[in-house]
Design a protein around this ligand. Sequence first.
Ligand code: ATP
Ligand code: MG
Length: 751
Amino acid sequence: MSKSKDFLRTIVENDIQSSKYKEITTRFPPEPNGFPHIGHAKSIVLNFGIAKDYDGHCNLRMDDTNPTKEDTKYVDALKDAVEWLGFDYGKEVYFTSDYFDKIHNYAIQLIKMGKAYVDSVDEEEMRELRGTVTTSGQRSKFASRTIEENLELFEKMKNGEFKDGEHVLRASIDMGASNMKMRDPLLYRIRHAFHFRTQDKWCIYPMYDFAHCLSDYIEGVSHSICTLEFENNRDIYNWVLNTLELKAPRPYQYEFARLGINYTVMSKRKLLELVENKVVDGWDDPRLPTIAGYKRRGYTKESILNFCEQIGVAKANSIVDVSQLEFCIRDDLNKKVPRVLCVLEPLKVTIENYEGIENIDSPYYPHDVPKDGTREIPFSNEIYIDKNDFNENPPKGYFRLTPTQPVRLRHGYIITCTDIIKNDSGEIIELKAKYHSDSKSGSDTSGIKVKSAIQWVSASTAKEVEVRVYDRLFKDEAPEGLEDINKTSLKVIKNALIEPAVISQKPDERFQFEREGYFYCDPIDYTDAKPVFNKIVGLKDSWSKKTNESKPKEQSLEKANKVQVKGDVEPMTGVQNKLFTKYTEELKLNSEVANIIARDEYLSLFYAESLLVLNSPVGLANIIANDVARVIKENQSTKLKFTATQIAELIKMIDKEIISSKIAKQVFDSMVKDGANPSQIVEDKGLVQISDPSKIEPIIDEIIAKNQDNVEKFKSGNTKLLGFFVGQVLKQTGGKANPKVVNELVAKKLK
Ligand code: ATP
Ligand code: MG
């Protein structure tokens, strides 16, 4: 496997060349508050991978500073994930809680330097005093406490003399800093809670920003790699280490893009919600993107490693298509696993011109796979084929068995249907057929033309097995939560029939069931008495077609951009760099959007032009980086029917709340097609946003009247249903109702 060098490896190599560190040390620092997911796999592969590539070491460190959410079972799952992926974290696992004494001493040191103080304002006041992006903040009156007072109060905090939230320890940095995070960040808070390791020893806990950099330093980490959302925390990281004057070599923080996958939720909080609400069957449910889930489903570690390799490491967030992961597992198994016959929905076929039993010697692997192995498939006059492989009234292009079209039994003979037997309700329960004795696979002299070969099993020797067919857990491409669940994500087939060799010979744990997909012996529920197989993945990507049909181009203006970034990131040119800095610092674009526009000459010109018309830098940048960029990509051309001025006009209508952003999507789609003016489109189609409460209220009343059961549930505490009601109103108005107004009105009415 050749590794392309990413920007982090470039940094590491430079540091090696300049002898900045004796040894490269990285760390993987999860909080043990949930099972690790595929995003963590990306981070594991990156951190352990770098350590491996440069003869260094990677620490597995539990970031356990939040006592109420953490648990040993999560620690075990994290260890297991790292090991399963094939990495070695050495003799021990590290815990931030092991450094609580040291971190506490550093805090005292900061207080003595006059660089930290105990603050005692309540949360709300603290928020107000922090100021805003455009206005500077103010120190609270408690910031002027003397060092002695601070030391005494901090000691009392530690001794448990105060309640949660009564005081906090803050760094004394700069309340006017343009990076809001630097406005006297919290270092310690009071939490009277039982910690799974330190138990009741502490009732103050260090905040991430304080604990993380110090833990890195204590462990001798050289490169502290985290995800992009910590970009602004880097200043605190450096401030703490610099202010404490910690000796070199010290660690530095670098950020990379988080992995997101469509049709998938990827935060431990959301995954916990699925587990706790029993939407899935535990953290290792094969439908979850957890490492434990993939493992149980039958994914191989090679497929996960390959996937992480393919997506690469970049500095711009992106959403990766889940089919890319599915491709990786398919690609891995295709050349590895035996191919066998299993019938998921059995339909009996009696072969009237056959007697006795014969064993057909058949290879497990196709010719192009360098693996050997055969088994005997018994053939007799009673077999089962899949219900779907017979069609009495076949549509055009149907290649399998029909009343007039013969079909080949895989590895066996060609059969022709002679009779169809139905039950009283007209359902087909059996077929009669004849076989062609001179058509045996490999020595066929019959001259009969068939268009396909189907799987089958012999009735007397087939084994009954349970097959769990998994599909994507979410039907929505960018799922929010429970309301986007795909209700048919699990189908349990109790009475599938499999050829006997799979059970008696056990040639593998993973199989290709021919024409169905790849399957895995469930590691927990499989027994000889009741074999259970999990579907790992289908043979083809069945979703790309399905979704294209049901959701024509449904990429919304609000949704994250779907640009895929692979492999290395090219360095920016000087001009691009300047633009990027201007975008992020002056125009406050997020780095992802800034990255896309800055790197593209056409988009940056388009953006500049639109800004001349409308001063709405963020709104304009978002539509240009996402939607305009997508149209250019789809058309493979920058010849657009709409202009920058028209895009500005569209965003202006959103800003002025004339249309909702949902409607804006519709308008944009028509602009793409015919280049009409957005205001004209809005007028012609009557898309003006409805904000007048007197127009919205009657609709809400009607929906409330129709959904009394949900009203009850809402009133008894299920506040999530607010979203349901709002959604219904938006639906009724074709997306035209002003969501803000609807939200307020619904909340009021349900009180
Ligand atoms: P979640 O939001 O899922 O709880 P987290 O970032 O809070 O994730 P941690 O347990 O704190 O999870 O993360 C451990 C490490 O894994 C961190 O270094 C984090 O940057 C990395 N990580 C977490 N999620 C992803 C992801 N989606 N892609 C890449 N790295 C990730
Ligand atoms: Mg977290």
